[in-house]
Write a protein that binds this ligand. Structure first.
Ligand SMILES: NC(=O)c1ccc[n+]([C@@H]2O[C@H](COP(=O)([O-])OP(=O)(O)OC[C@H]3O[C@@H](n4cnc5c(N)ncnc54)[C@H](O)[C@@H]3O)[C@@H](O)[C@H]2O)c1
Length: 362
């Protein structure tokens, strides 16, 4: 594919994910130029502009000022969850294509407004579900699309950490984030699962959530101990989702759980023809000639001692596909409608956890 244009990109929010994912990926892609950097903390925008900006890069502390620059084609919205909807909708209305980080929004109503804004403005909107672009995910998607698993009637979405609570930024703040591990990492696992099943019609949701380990002092945590008083989001949440076609999904999400079974951003699928999981590499399981089999997929190049293939990073594939969607005027891989269903299910799990009742979605 040949791209005709160098896209001018503005980045809004210059924190962890901007510096860890978007800016490095954008800097490796020669069809874009990052020309504007915005953060409410000016030094962060300045530091990012210095490291990743073009010579003429502009720095802002108010995203509305950035959006006034008519020469910007694309904005990446990389702020905490509570600002995703407002900034993304304003970006679309200012005539920009918008890549917004996951989860789509703090609430399903906001996510819906974002999807509507994309339709109304005719601009593209996508959400940063980058786990879809891992080699194992891309391969499993092909397996599913080829019908090799048959009808998938049971799936598990895994987002379990033993002790890895994000203690920077506002991740523990219910008001800013809308929730804890469920909306933070459960969202990746659920997105991956629904995408593999190609099933976006949930019928009923039952959920629970817990504030248990979050209340302990001096925890052994990957990112240092947390303050229990400030830990207002759940530490764990679990859901059961029954789809319109009868399929069942269980979703498990935790930042801190007494469990040796830890898997994040993964799914396990059970279909009428075969099953698949990502627990020990990508494995396909089934029955053939009256015996069970387990096939492990070799995702490396194989066979050469000193060279295991030149693998494009998931985040680079995500960006490349995003630019292709814009260039070729086609749907992005992650559509707003799909991301909205993820948000809706997560919200229903929270609602069910609060009320103790199942939530019927229509
Ligand atoms: N794809 C992934 O796997 C992944 C991983 C981590 C984070 N994320 C998502 O990225 C988002 C940001 O997370 P993070 O870890 O970078 O957080 P962070 O706190 O490190 O960075 C957020 C930045 O946004 C800035 N900001 C806040 N409100 C703003 C506003 N109104 N305008 C401009 N800047 C504003 C903050 O000052 C901060 O610098 C979250 O939604 C999170 O869920 C995604």
């Amino acid at each position: 594919m040949t791209m005709s244009k160098v896209y001018r990109v503005g980045v809004i929010g210059c924190g962890g994910i901007a510096n860890g994912k978007h800016l490095p990926a954008l800097s490796r892609q020669d069809k874009v130029q990052v020309v504007a950097f915005c953060d409410i903390i000016k030094e962060r925008a300045e530091a990012a502009a210095e490291q990743y900006g073009s010579a003429e890069a502009a720095v802002y502390t108010d995203y509305r000022e950035l959006l006034k620059d008519a020469s910007i084609d694309i904005v990446h919205v990389l702020t905490p969850n509570d600002a995703h909807a407002e900034i993304s909708i304003a970006g679309l209305e200012a005539g920009k294509h918008v890549m917004c980080e996951k989860p789509m929004a703090k609430t399903a109503a906001d996510a819906k407004r974002m999807a509507e804004a994309a339709k109304r403005t005719g601009k593209k909107l996508t959400i940063g579900y980058d786990n879809r672009f891992r080699q194992d995910s891309l391969y499993l998607k092909k397996v599913c699309e080829a019908g090799e698993l048959g009808h998938i009637y049971y799936a598990k979405a895994h987002a379990i950490r033993r002790r890895a609570v994000p203690t920077w930024g506002v991740f523990l703040d219910e008001e800013k984030q809308g929730g804890g591990p469920l909306i933070d990492i459960g969202t990746h696992a659920l997105d991956l699962t629904l995408w593999m099943m190609d099933n976006y019609k949930p019928k009923v949701v039952l959920g629970t959530k817990y504030h248990e380990l979050s209340q302990k002092e001096d925890a052994a945590n990957a990112w240092g101990p947390w303050d229990p008083k400030k830990f207002t989001v759940e530490d764990s949440a679990f859901g059961m989702i029954v789809m319109e076609n009868g399929a069942t999904i269980t979703l498990e999400a935790s930042w801190a759980l007494n469990s040796l079974d830890v898997d994040e951003a993964k799914c396990s699928l059970s279909g009428t023809e075969a099953g698949a999981d990502m627990k020990d590499g990508l494995r396909i399981n089934g029955e053939k000639h009256s015996k069970l089999y387990t096939n492990k997929i070799e995702l490396g190049a194989g066979g050469v001692a000193f060279y295991d293939g030149k693998e494009e990073k998931a985040t680079d594939i995500e960006l490349r596909k995003w630019l292709e969607a814009i260039e070729e005027d086609k749907d992005p891989v992650v559509t707003p409608e799909q991301a909205y269903v993820v948000s809706r299910i997560l919200e229903a799990i929270y609602e069910s956890a609060r009320t103790g009742k199942a939530v019927y979605l229509d």
